[in-house]
Design a protein around this ligand. Structure first.
Ligand SMILES: [Zn+2]
Length: 179
């Protein structure tokens, strides 16, 4: 289970004084980034888009700073990662088509591309799963002033909620979603 939390960007957030990954004394700040496309238009030749980059900093220990940063880059919501995700899906289609051909006609019709489909599909999927698991705090959405973050650890989410519960104003809608 993952826990999501939506808050008003104007209200200060209070972070637990513990590493978001292991709970140790925090010595560094990891960044959670997200790029949200606010408008997009197609003008004959060019795509134009306007996007907002949301950046949040949260405390981690020195050891987990790198882990949280790398996982955060892979799992962050961005056009680049959307493209990578689509590539993995296509590679998956190629992989299963090739596998089907191996099982039915003995050789993949996609030929030499088959090993690459396999590598991209399994590598990409593994990286995505790993990153989703090890990104302690992730910005998942931003609509106007409301920003939604997601925690990978329920315990950490509980400590965070306890600190940020019930100030006056908008943004207190902790929701839980099954992954
Ligand atoms: Zn740590």
């Amino acid at each position: 289970m993952t826990t999501k939390y939506t808050f008003d960007a104007h209200l200060p957030l209070r972070w637990p004084t513990q590493c978001a990954v292991c709970g140790d004394k925090p010595t560094a700040m990891a960044k959670a980034r997200c790029s949200v496309v606010t408008s997009a238009g197609y003008y004959v030749i060019f795509w134009t888009r306007t996007s907002r980059i949301i950046t949040l900093e949260y405390p981690v220990c020195q050891k987990h700073n790198v882990l949280a940063t790398v996982a955060g880059l892979i799992s962050k919501r961005s056009l680049l990662n959307l493209g990578a995700g689509i590539m993995v899906v296509y590679a998956g289609i190629g992989f299963f088509a090739g596998l089907y051909q191996i099982l039915t006609i003995g050789t993949p019709a996609v030929g030499e591309a088959f090993p690459w489909f396999s590598v991209v599909f399994f590598g990409g999927t593994a990286a995505g799963v790993w990153a989703a698991r090890f990104t302690p705090v992730k910005v998942t959405d931003a609509q106007g002033d409301l920003i939604t973050i997601k925690f990978s650890s329920d315990d950490y989410a509980k400590s965070f909620m306890a600190l940020n519960a019930a100030p006056v104003g908008v943004g207190i809608s902790p929701t839980s979603a099954a992954r």
